[in-house]
Design a binder for this molecule. Structure first.
Ligand SMILES: *[C@@H]1O[C@H](CO)[C@@H](O)[C@H](O)[C@H]1NC(C)=O
Ligand SMILES: *[C@@H]1O[C@H](CO)[C@@H](O)[C@H](O)[C@H]1NC(C)=O
Length: 489
């Protein structure tokens, strides 16, 4: 089975560009995918022209996750956040122009592009899922030897003009393969002012309820509001609603223990120490690395106890935006499958993405054999499947929405919206943060169910770097977007 990723990327765009926001309705339909010759060249750049087409395939994506090619072969597909989609069928696609038949209206919606007004680029990474050996043979590339990437440009029916505008605009301008491209951050007034703990909000939160307490963090005042937003995740997209558990899933979940914590399984801690992402919007990398680190320990009973390099991904991944954000599905999943993680010592964390990729190519790499959204596709996650996956596979990466009150969390079970915090966001916007669920439980006094979650804001934030959050109600989206990857020890 092979995998094709169509990513609609914002990379390299000028300020004030609209965020891409792909929806299910934009992805479903029939796509014609054209492929140029497979050269094995890892330096492919999506700003160039496609060149001669040597292969064409047609894929029909239907709800929720079935894809069929023109020969009737089937596979699955998923949205990748709101950035594009990925599917596994019987085709290797690389450096492709895709062509979805459909109306102009749909096209513009897909592009996140109001009637031809903005620059929009789409990048696609095509690759094969499954056996690494085969993949590397296909690419003529020894495991871990070189970063190999495939890029694709796609466009919709009849959009020649759009495409030319798109390609012409930024071609070659900041396409250094290893230089992270910065996403546009929403421009709000006052973002470069110093962050100040909102003592009044703390007071309101603490007097309004007893689930959790808020406190001031003096160390946060070293950051600007923009930097705090980056710590919180940096980019905003709509989290999907969680999926619905089947009766069978519910029955299985009812048999699970009422509490579990990977930090203490018969006295053994499988979770690596809490780290601090600093002012870099790299939460998605920390969550990804932390999942693979724990899963390595679980799988090998500590014969592998690596700390993985997050800086390598910040500086070297071309499927994320370095300190300006990214997605665990693409990092714990795609990046770990294609490039692999190196150990922390190989490229220690700097918390900035200005450097070019400095990873020593001779460092050993750790790969994953498989990765998925729980539920099988974006929007399929359920509390029940989270519990099962957590218990059988290990800690898992999830996304959720960070709002101004969350920065102030001190202890307890976080519930959003208490103490009238909603009125106070300005200039804070809601951003999506990525973290690692390591356990769950039930509060004895209140009966409230909670998740135990590892954050990446240092050990002196929250409950020794962790927080608990209400479980079973999709609190701030915590049960809507869950990524599991299978690490190869
Ligand atoms: C896209 O599809 C349309 C309609 O089928 C076709 O006319 C057009 O040539 C196609 N473009 C590409 C680049 O394949
Ligand atoms: C894991 O390693 C520990 C310490 O070496 C050992 O006591 C334990 O039996 C091992 N567990 C398993 C399941 O092999």
């Amino acid at each position: 089975m092979l995998r094709l990723v169509v990513l609609v990327a914002l990379a390299g765009l000028c300020r004030a560009d609209l965020p891409i926001d792909c929806r299910f309705s934009d992805a479903v339909g029939t796509w014609i995918v054209s492929e140029s010759a497979r050269t094995g060249d890892p330096s492919l750049d999506c700003s160039g022209e496609l060149g001669e087409v040597v292969h064409q395939k047609q894929f029909t994506l239907t709800y929720p996750n079935l894809v069929t090619d023109e020969l009737g072969n089937t596979g699955t597909w998923t949205l990748v956040y709101n950035q594009g989609f990925e599917h596994g069928t019987f085709c290797i696609a690389r450096r492709v122009l895709g062509n979805k038949t459909g109306s102009r209206v749909t096209r513009h919606r897909v592009l996140g592009n109001k009637a031809g007004s903005r620059v929009t680029r789409r990048r696609v990474l095509g690759n094969k899922a499954g056996s690494r050996v085969t993949r590397h043979r296909v690419l003529g590339n020894k495991a871990g030897s070189r970063e190999t990437r495939r890029r694709v440009l796609d466009k919709k029916a009849g959009s020649q003009v759009t495409r030319r505008r798109v390609l012409g605009n930024k071609a070659g301008s900041q396409q250094d393969a290893h230089k992270p491209r910065h996403l546009v951050e929403e421009e709000l007034p006052g973002l470069d002012e110093p962050y100040k703990n909102d003592l009044e909000m703390i007071e309101r939160i603490n007097s309004a309820q007893n689930f959790w307490t808020a406190k001031a963090y003096p160390q946060h005042e070293q950051y600007t509001k923009r930097e705090m937003l980056r710590r919180g995740g940096s980019r905003k997209f709509r989290l999907p609603a969680p999926g619905k558990a089947t009766a069978e899933q519910k029955a299985r979940a009812a048999l699970l223990p009422t509490s579990f914590d990977w930090r203490d399984v018969d006295g053994v801690n499988y979770v690596t120490p809490v780290r601090d992402q600093a002012s870099c919007g790299s939460c998605y990398i920390f969550a990804s690395a932390a999942m693979l680190e724990s899963r390595l320990r679980i799988k090998t009973n500590f014969s592998r106890s690596d700390i993985l390099s997050t800086q390598d991904v910040v500086s070297c991944s071309r499927i994320s935006e370095g300190c300006a954000g990214g997605f665990p599905y693409l990092i714990a999943g795609r990046y770990a499958q294609d490039q692999g993680f190196v150990a922390e010592e190989c490229n220690p964390y700097l918390g900035e993405d200005t450097a070019t990729c400095g990873t020593d190519v001779s460092c050993g790499r750790t790969y994953v054999s498989d990765y998925k959204y729980l539920g099988g596709y974006y929007g399929g996650c359920t509390e029940e499947e989270m519990l099962e996956n957590l218990l059988t596979e290990g800690p898992l990466a999830v996304g959720f929405e960070v709002t101004a009150d969350f920065y102030l969390y001190s202890e307890g079970i976080y519930v959003h919206g208490v103490g009238n915090v909603k009125a106070d966001f300005d200039p804070f916007i809601v951003v999506n943060h990525a973290v690692l669920v390591v356990g769950y439980g039930v509060d004895e006094a209140s009966g409230m169910k909670y998740w135990i979650v590892k954050n990446s804001w240092g050990q002196d934030w929250g409950e020794q770097g962790y927080f608990r959050i209400r479980r079973g109600t999709n609190e701030v989206g915590i049960e809507s977007l869950c990524v599991s990857a299978t690490v190869i020890p």
